[in-house]
Write a protein that binds this ligand. Structure first.
Ligand code: ADP
Ligand code: MG
Length: 189
């Protein structure tokens, strides 16, 4: 079961020719789900509109179909949930929501900077999940900028240390597909 997933997308709907710098083979390798078996993480990095969420959803759907449990959330939503649980003394039980599934999709890491206590909750989740199950994350920030995202270089380094120890990193550096659609709409009017 996949919770809170945006509308379903598949890799067949993804136009690789629009992102010539993206290594399609790397994405298709992820789609074999060997990374899930191996409890390896995957990171999709790039600017807005290049299809990071699209690909993450496609992989999540594939994992789900293959019988893996998947939980889909944005980083900000997870932080909100963990904070609310912590405030009523239920952090350990809420953490299990994010520790249990075979695949945890963390969409939109880095969109909003986190406060120190929030970054700490993320660290707790990442370190508890380390080598126990895959995290599939998307981010518009380079790893070198995570110190700013998490408000603390030491904490960001500790998070990255665990995340990147076993991680497939795919950079999508190209034009926004949203912009393509908008320009097409304008020119056909
Ligand atoms: P990101 O998460 O990188 O900001 P999204 O995955 O939300 O981008 O993509 C924005 C929209 O464009 C979505 O509707 C997505 O399905 C579509 N899209 C993005 N890239 C492609 C592509 N190469 N081929 C087909 N659709 C794409
Ligand atoms: Mg996105």
């Amino acid at each position: 079961r996949i919770s809170k997933m945006p509308h379903h997308k598949t890799l067949d709907d993804y136009d690789f020719s629009y992102q010539p710098e993206l290594d399609a083979r790397k994405v298709r390798d992820l789609a074999t789900l060997a990374f899930v078996e191996a409890k390896v993480n995957a990171a999709l990095l790039g600017p807005p509109g290049v299809g990071k969420t699209h690909i993450a959803v496609a992989l999540a759907v594939a994992a789900c179909r293959a019988g893996f449990s998947v939980y889909f959330t944005t980083l900000d939503d997870m932080v909100r949930q963990l904070k609310a649980a912590d405030a009523i003394g239920r952090l350990a039980s809420k953490l299990r929501t994010y520790l249990r599934p075979h695949v945890l999709v963390l969409d939109e890491v880095g969109y909003l900077p986190l406060a120190r206590d929030e970054a700490n909750l993320v660290f707790q989740m990442i370190s508890k999940r380390y080598e126990k199950g895959s995290i599939l994350l998307t981010s518009n920030k380079a790893f070198s900028e995570w110190g700013q995202v998490f408000g603390d270089e030491v904490l960001a380094t500790a998070i990255l240390d665990r995340l990147l120890h076993h991680c497939e990193v795919i950079a999508i550096n190209g034009p926004s597909y949203r912009l393509k659609n908008r320009l097409a709409a304008v020119t056909t009017e």
